[in-house]
Design a protein around this ligand. Structure first.
Ligand code: HSE
Length: 306
């Protein structure tokens, strides 16, 4: 195999209570990338469509992760990367992670699969770090493993695959404002109250239990964020209205997708996901903020060849 074309999916990180550790993979939106072996050594980004991003491999998230893998694998050839960017940078649905994970996932295929998913995740984290200023894998891991993942630790890197109840759907609204991850991290406190921490870890534990036991009521009872959302929600216009209307429309829960501005909800069944989508839309339709809306089954496969 000399060349492959892949779809690297968008992802939702944090999932309310699991800041920097939980994430899940979406089906209906992702970046397309073509990765090709070349005689010319090194990593060469030859095409970028969709958004204005740097061509220098050292300045591009897909290039940085690719260089990390290349320096480890040391093949006697190089790679060309074409990026057809569909996920808007700064939208909160794992735009940088999709690119960072896509390049190394595809290179691993072309190299004959020398690395496992955890090792691919570790290379991709180098690219993600360029975008967000710190290494975290809560978007990268679900893009590579598919489904829901929990990043148990990053040093050493340990990713747990969490089962996905089959009727679970996500609805995402992306208001067209940009929030940089670094800015959304800067508004967070460095210390938290013990009582809030207790609430948060109880919710993380019960959410994981709910996923294992297909307990939608418990998913609903666990999708709360006592720590991050109160600070970040101020950066997203109409966040509280979207959240309240989604819950009224029957969503299991609603929260900030990654570092925002996208807002995610989870629903039991596609029908409810559509009802929730209408409720979310209604809030932004009354404002002058443009938005995109996605309804997606949870993507249990992750990155795939197309
Ligand atoms: N966990 C990260 C955050 C995801 O919320 O800052 C965004 O990169």
């Amino acid at each position: 195999m000399k060349e492959i074309k892949i779809l690297s999916p968008a992802t939702v990180a944090n999932v309310s209570c699991g800041f920097d550790v939980l994430g899940f993979c979406l089906e209906s939106i992702g970046d397309e990338m073509v990765i090709r072996k070349t005689n010319k050594k090194g990593i060469h980004i030859t095409k970028i469509e969709g958004y204005d991003l740097p061509y220098e491999a050292e300045k591009n998230v897909a290039g940085v992760s690719a260089l990390a893998m290349l320096n480890d694998a040391k093949p006697d050839f190089g790679f060309e990367i074409e990026i057809y960017k569909k996920i808007k940078p700064g939208s909160g649905i794992g735009s940088s992670s999709a690119s960072a994970a896509g390049s190394v996932w595809a290179m691993n295929e072309l190299l004959g699969r020398p690395y496992n998913k955890t090792e691919i995740t570790a290379f991709a984290m180098k690219g993600e770090a360029l975008a967000s200023g710190c290494e975290h894998a809560d978007n990268i891991a679900p893009a590579i493993f598919g489904g829901f993942t929990l990043v148990k630790s990053i040093a050493p890197l340990k990713v747990l695959e969490i089962p996905t109840p089959v009727e679970l759907y996500a609805t995402i609204i992306h208001p067209e404002i940009e929030i940089k991850t670094s800015e959304a991290r800067a508004v967070l406190p460095t210390e938290i109250q013990l009582s809030k921490a207790i609430t948060q870890w109880a919710n993380v534990g019960s959410l994981i239990h709910a996923m294992h036991s297909n307990d939608y009521d418990l998913i609903k009872a666990s999708l709360h964020d006592a720590i991050v959302e109160p600070h970040r929600s101020k950066l997203i216009p109409h966040f509280n209205a979207v959240k309240n209307e989604s819950i009224k429309a029957g969503a299991l829960g609603a929260g900030i997708s990654g570092s925002g501005p996208s807002i995610f909800t989870l629903s039991k069944g596609k029908e409810n996901a559509s009802v929730v989508a209408e409720a979310m839309k209604k809030v932004y339709s009354k404002t002058n903020i443009n938005y995109n809306l996605y309804i997606s089954k949870i993507n249990t496969q992750g990155i795939k060849i197309i």
